[in-house]
Every structure is written in structure tokens, then in C-alpha cells.
Design a protein around this ligand. Structure first.
Ligand SMILES: CC(C)(COP(=O)(O)OP(=O)(O)OC[C@H]1O[C@@H](n2cnc3c(N)ncnc32)[C@H](O)[C@@H]1OP(=O)(O)O)[C@@H](O)C(=O)NCCC(=O)NCCS
Length: 350
């Protein structure tokens, strides 16, 4: 089968949207909680176009017998947290499954040199969790699973609740709890900086996430935000765990998020003090947080976790979260920058 790879242009938007809508129809059948609107060409087109219009986005298209059978668009994301990276979002790729997912490998081979030319050696791709052939194609490009994105209904959360523990109190955080709750902020980064996650985190005063005062200010804003539900678990008056629920934004950085249903809550942060883990604090907070989200009109809740985090990657599926997409990552060896060919000797050295 001879496929032709050509650069993505505005003329491809229509056909790319049709491929994306088709893929999402399949995803939606397997996971009806996913938003239905992207099964329609108009919403799918808006999603592809939003990505294509991002600064420095590059894309390619695979053509077979005059028809598009796949496309791939990468968006550079260059900042202190992600370094020099390129992201393939959920609407940034689709292939016609009739021709197989192998075409992803041709698309990546053709497009990624533009990322490398930009000095972007960290590559990320969001792939639907149910699309095993697509995952296999990306694995065969040396990508690996890094993050899982999960979804569940807010209904029936009471079944998660552990047996009533009279020494445990769950209540909404107040501004007076700020200093005590900040103590728990290092649980996640500390845990995730260890084996087998090895996610870098900066414990110094000036972290890429903002200095300590900025983080404190952000916490105050969350505490005062009526829509943010910050739940504390206290044992004998001491905070032993917390969970933060926010309204889930259907967009990220003006990019449509194909995973976010209409009335959706986002479980953004969850942590239990180390010595309290495995004692039902997390389950009690989740049962409470989901039930309150349902009362507040949210039908679904999303969250995400590092697949290498042994605690969270086992905990969230047991709380009923079904993976809907995986973030895959690949980090190129920067030595390829000078290994394409032997550099010619500098005339200045002769
Ligand atoms: C993930 C986390 C929030 C879960 O909270 P928790 O209070 O430990 O959860 P619970 O005690 O209610 O439930 C933990 C489950 O793991 C089991 N478990 C077994 N050994 C355990 C251990 N050493 N530690 C924790 N849980 C353990 C528990 O029995 C329980 O199983 P069940 O759901 O089948 O009953 C908590 O482990 C944590 O803070 N981890 C570090 C930070 C982190 O990873 N946060 C999440 C980022 S996405």
C-alpha cells in the first residue's frame, strides 16, 4: 500500500474533522460518558481547527488513492515545567481504522523532524484508552504510558464509602484552615519524586510552579471560590487528608477537551498524610466529594493520575474511574542533534 505524506494545510480541515468525528463515534460507543457533540462534523472541525491555529503548530496528512486516511498535528509547548515539548492532543490526530493504525508511524516519522528542529525533544501524545491498535502503533515508536485520564458518574458514590469511622470528620475547608492544609501540599510531589514515578519536583522556594507566596495566594483564591469544593478529612481535629473538586473546563488553553462531558466536575487534588494512608480517608473523601458534586448538578467527574504512581493508579480505578485516554511520552536522546552526519571541520581551526 503506497501512502503519500503531505503537509497539513487549511484545505485539509474538513477531511480531518470527518476522520476525527468517525473516531470519536467509536470512542463514544465504548464510553458513552464522553461528550457526544464531537461525533458531529461541526464540533470536530472546531476542535481540529483550534489546534491547527495554535502558534507554531505543524501537521502532516497521509493520503491513499486521493483520500485522507490519517493526520497528525503537533503543538509546541515550551515552558519551565514541560521544557521544550510538543503535544499531540486528542483532536490532533485520527486515522481511518480501515487502513490500520500503522499509518501513525509514517505520520510521526514525517512530522517529528520539525519538532526536533525546534529543539523539542520531549514528545507527548494523548490517545483514547480504548484504541489498542493506536496505542500499539505509538508504543512501537518508543512512546510509553505516562498519565491516565479517568471518568466516572457522580451517582452511586455512597457505595465507595468505607465503614463509618467516628474519629474521622469530613468538612469543607475554611480560610482559617489555610496554614494547616498547606502542610499537606508536599505529599503528592514528595511521593511522586520517588520510585517508581521519578517525577521531578522543585522543593526550593522558587519552583517553576511559582514561588511559595504565589502558591499561598492561589490557595486563598481556591478557598474563597464558591465553585471550588475543598474537602478536608480531620482525625481528632488534625487534617489528615484533603480533596479538591473544581468545575471541569471543557477547554484547555482554548483547545477542546474531548474527554470532558457537559456537567462535569474535576477532582484536581487528593492527598492523605503518609501515616494515614490505607485507612479509608481517601475513600471517605471521594464518596463525599462525588455525592456533593452530584447534588450540585454535576453528572460526571474526571481525574488523572501517573500510571507509575502505585498508590493512585490502583486507588482511582477502585473508586470507579475508567481510563478514557492515556498521555504517552517519549524523550529523545539530545545527542541526535549532532549525530546526523559528521560535522565538517571548522575553517577557523585549520
Ligand atoms: C492515593 C491516595 C490519595 C489514597 O488515599 P488513602 O487515604 O490512602 O485511601 P484509602 O485508605 O481510602 O484506600 C486505599 C486503598 O489502598 C489499599 N492499600 C493497601 N496498602 C496500602 C498502603 N500502603 N497505602 C495506601 N493504601 C493501601 C487500601 O486497603 C485501600 O484499598 P480499598 O480501596 O480496596 O479499600 C493516597 O494514597 C495518597 O495520598 N497518595 C500519595 C499522594 C498521591 O499519589 N495522590 C494522588 C495523586 S493523583
Amino acid at each position: 500500500m503506497h501512502i503519500e505524506i503531505v503537509p497539513f494545510s487549511d484545505t485539509h480541515l474538513e477531511e480531518a474533522a470527518a476522520l476525527l468525528a468517525l473516531r470519536h463515534q467509536g470512542d463514544h460507543v465504548l464510553e458513552p460518558a464522553l461528550p457526544e457533540r464531537f461525533t458531529q462534523a461541526a464540533a470536530a472541525r472546531a476542535a481540529v481547527e483550534a489546534i491547527w491555529r495554535k502558534p507554531d503548530a505543524t501537521g502532516v496528512v497521509a493520503m491513499y488513492e486521493g483520500r485522507m486516511i490519517g493526520y497528525l498535528i503537533g503543538v509546541p509547548r515550551i515552558n519551565q515545567v514541560w521544557g521544550r515539548s510538543v503535544w499531540v492532543y486528542l483532536a490532533g490526530h485520527a486515522v481511518n481504522r480501515t487502513y490500520g493504525s500503522e499509518v501513525y508511524r509514517d505520520l510521526y516519522a514525517a512530522l517529528s523532524p520539525s519538532w526536533v528542529a525546534l529543539g523539542c525533544y520531549a514528545h507527548y501524545a494523548l490517545i483514547p484508552a480504548s484504541d489498542q491498535p493506536a496505542l500499539d502503533a505509538w508504543f512501537a515508536l518508543s512512546f510509553g504510558k505516562e498519565q491516565a485520564h479517568g471518568i466516572r458518574e457522580t451517582a452511586d458514590a455512597s457505595s465507595l464509602a468505607p465503614p463509618v469511622d467516628p474519629s474521622l470528620e469530613i468538612r469543607r475547608a475554611e480560610l482559617a484552615d489555610l496554614e494547616a492544609s498547606l502542610e499537606l501540599d508536599e505529599i503528592i510531589p514528595r511521593h511522586q519524586s520517588r520510585a517508581p514515578v521519578y517525577a521531578p519536583y522543585w522543593f526550593e522556594e522558587y519552583a517553576p510552579f511559582g514561588d511559595k507566596e504565589a502558591i499561598r495566594q492561589e490557595s486563598i483564591e481556591i478557598f474563597q471560590d464558591e465553585n471550588a469544593k475543598f474537602w478536608l478529612a480531620l482525625r481528632n481535629g488534625r487534617i489528615v487528608g484533603y480533596q479538591l473538586y473544581m468545575p471541569a473546563s471543557p477547554h484547555f488553553d482554548k483547545i477542546d477537551n474531548l474527554m470532558v462531558p457537559e456537567q462535569c466536575s474535576y477532582l484536581a487534588i487528593a492527598a492523605t498524610r503518609e501515616e494515614e494512608q490505607g485507612r479509608g480517608v481517601g475513600r471517605a473523601l471521594t464518596a463525599h466529594g462525588l455525592a456533593t458534586a452530584q447534588t450540585n448538578g454535576y453528572t460526571h467527574c474526571i481525574t488523572d493520575w501517573r500510571v507509575t504512581n502505585l498508590l493512585s493508579s490502583r486507588f482511582w480505578p477502585r473508586q470507579g474511574f475508567r481510563p478514557v485516554a492515556y498521555r504517552l511520552s517519549r524523550r529523545l536522546d539530545e545527542r541526535i542533534a549532532w549525530s546526523h552526519e559528521k560535522p565538517s571541520p571548522s575553517p577557523w581551526l585549520s
